[in-house]
Every structure is written in structure tokens, then in C-alpha cells.
Design a protein around this ligand. Structure first.
Ligand code: FES
Length: 165
């Protein structure tokens, strides 16, 4: 009788240990995934072509109204309906997260604190203090070039920020 009680007691302890281990594993996995996701969004902008002139492609490759992401240059190239180009830095002006383009919403939507930016990068909601910064666009022999050397801050959007094709 005593032996059976001891076995049941050991079994209970063992189950508790197992559950504790399972919880610990889940917490470690969750923390790791969270940190990896956080790093992806706040990683510093450094190498991989960023900081120089990026060849985006031929003018005709971009349809009016389109938004094309260039991971290497960390910008979005927006071809406006009038055919001109605007290159927006992907960096959120709130705390620097990478801002994805949400085609279904027709706007940029920062996942960190919910800032929203219109197609030309103007703040449409959330805590961002100013529009997305932009880069100069150069059209040379029918090719679109984006100079990612130094992003330009602005308070609002106007057509001087765009480059005609
Ligand atoms: S970093 Fe984008 S809303 Fe805070």
C-alpha cells in the first residue's frame, strides 16, 4: 500500500516536472520568436547597397499608381498617376520600424505602434510625427536611379519631391 502511494507520488512529481519543462520550452520559443521579429523591424539600416545609388530599372517597368519595394535600397518606389516618381524610405518616423506597404489598405501600415502613411508617405494616423522621408530620384537614359545616400525629411507632400519621367 505504501509502495503504491509512493509510486503515485513520484508519478505526480514527474508530471509536474514535465509540465514545468513544457511551459519553459514554450516561453523560451515564444521569447526567441518575439526577439527575432523585433530585430527584423528595428535592425539598423547599414549594408547591402543602401547608402549609394540604386538602379531601380527602366521607367516603363513601373505602371502609374504602382508601389514597388526595393529591399536592397530599403525604399518603396511609387510611380504616381501623373507618371512621376517618389522614393520613400521604409523607416517609420516614429521609432524607426520598417513600414510595410499594405496593398489591400492602399497605405503603409507600421506594425509597431500602428502609424499609417498614405501612398505618398503622409501621416494618416498613429503616433508618427512627420511623413516618411524620401530619397532623390534621377532618371537617366530611361533608367530610374534612387540615391539612398541621405534621406530627406519633410513636413508635408508636394510635387517638388517627385521626379518626372
Ligand atoms: S515605430 Fe512605427 S508607429 Fe512606432
Amino acid at each position: 500500500m505504501t509502495n503504491q502511494t509512493d509510486t503515485q507520488e513520484k508519478s505526480k512529481v514527474s508530471r509536474r516536472q514535465f509540465l514545468g519543462f513544457a511551459w519553459l520550452t514554450a516561453i523560451v520559443a515564444f521569447t526567441g520568436e518575439t526577439l527575432a521579429a523585433l530585430f527584423k523591424f528595428v535592425q539598423p539600416v547599414t549594408a547591402g547597397g543602401f547608402g549609394g545609388i540604386i538602379k531601380a530599372g527602366k521607367v516603363d517597368k513601373f505602371a502609374p499608381g504602382s508601389v514597388t519595394y526595393f529591399q536592397q535600397g530599403r525604399f518603396y518606389l511609387h510611380r504616381l498617376e501623373d507618371g512621376s516618381f517618389l522614393a520613400l524610405w521604409q523607416r517609420c518616423t516614429h521609432l524607426g520600424c520598417s513600414v510595410p506597404w499594405e496593398e489591400s489598405e492602399d497605405q503603409f501600415h507600421c506594425p509597431c505602434h500602428g502609424s499609417l502613411f498614405s501612398k505618398v508617405g503622409v501621416v494618416a494616423g498613429g503616433p508618427a510625427p512627420r511623413p516618411m522621408d524620401y530619397f532623390p530620384v534621377i532618371i537617366e537614359e530611361g533608367e530610374v536611379l534612387v540615391n539612398t545616400e541621405s534621406p530627406i525629411e519633410r513636413k508635408a507632400f508636394d510635387s517638388t519631391q517627385t521626379t518626372p519621367a
